[in-house]
Design a binder for this molecule. Structure first.
Ligand code: URA
Length: 280
């Protein structure tokens, strides 16, 4: 028999163990990397100085440790909005407040090479999960501090990266303009790629706007760095290209955020701004 859950509306045990991710307060760091793929958690934590396997339940695998002194966790979300929202809800309850998605993506601009990284500044909410939280006009925006830390990390590691707006969908196939089974097609699918391209959107993926929306409404911070494994303009697809770079950049961004947060707290400041760094 499993552990006793407090109630149907509060699905956690008395000690705070969350129903899906099977973590309790103290198990996860403030900074959490969020790959979709459970196998990627191990690839992330192999860079850390110390690590503990915390939990393994369904698609949710969590490791916690330290990377260059910074407390850090990684929890896999599985694919898509609903599973990702569950991870964010439960991670917030056990003490996380800064989230970085480490994913893969399909670029929709010709100049984005296979293996390049895309750092999302915001995400178009083409999924349904975030609409269960807030009206459609609410922005799915990444935190400026996380965006900056990701850029700083990408620069210091010398990897190719792009910064801009991402589109998050609920369907890898029809939602991203790929024909469904037996060529299934709808009129709107003809224009989805070109409409988003005209609006300057860089890429498709399936989780960022949910992470950004939930972080926004709950007062947490979020960002995303994804490896472009596909390019929908050049019609290339190379599995795993750039993923190791995305992992290195995300780990390094946590170290940077930890340094910035320590500096802010020493100076009694709530927000990071450029002259703090120039002066200290
Ligand atoms: N992930 C997506 O959501 N789309 C792609 O094309 C590649 C990865």
């Amino acid at each position: 028999m499993g552990e006793r859950i407090i109630s149907a509306s509060v699905p956690q045990t008395e000690e705070g163990l969350q129903y899906h991710i099977r973590c309790k307060p103290g198990d996860v760091a403030r900074y959490v990397l969020l790959p979709g793929d459970p196998a990627r958690v191990e690839r992330i934590s192999k860079y850390w100085d110390e690590r503990r396997v915390i939990a393994f339940h369904r698609q949710y695998v969590t490791h916690t440790g330290r990377y260059k002194g910074a407390p850090i966790s990684a929890t896999s979300t599985g694919i898509g909005g609903p599973a990702t929202a569950i991870a964010i809800e439960e991670l917030l309850r056990v003490g996380a407040n800064t989230f970085i998605r480490v994913g893969t993506t399909g670029a929709i601009r010709r100049d984005i090479g296979i293996g390049d990284l895309i750092i999302s500044s915001a995400a178009v909410r083409l999924e349904g999960t975030s609409s269960q939280y807030v009206i459609s006009g609410y922005p799915a925006s990444a935190s400026y501090e996380v965006i900056l830390a990701l850029i700083e990390a990408a620069e210091s590691l010398g990897v190719r990266y792009h910064v801009g707006v991402t589109a998050t969908t609920d369907s890898f196939y029809t939602g991203q303009g790929r024909p469904g089974f037996k060529g299934y097609f709808q009129g709107w699918m003809k224009n989805i790629l070109s409409d988003l391209q005209s609006a300057g959107v860089l890429n498709f993926e399936m989780e960022a706007s949910v992470i950004f929306t939930l972080a926004g409404i709950y007062g947490a911070r979020a960002g995303a760095v994804c490896a472009a494994i596909a390019n929908r303009v050049t019609d290339e697809f190379v599995e795993d290209e750039g993923v190791e770079d995305a992992i290195r950049v995300a780990n390094e961004a946590v170290r940077i955020l930890y340094e910035w947060d320590s500096l802010k707290s020493r100076l009694g400041k709530k927000y990071m701004y450029p002259s703090i760094l120039l002066k200290h």
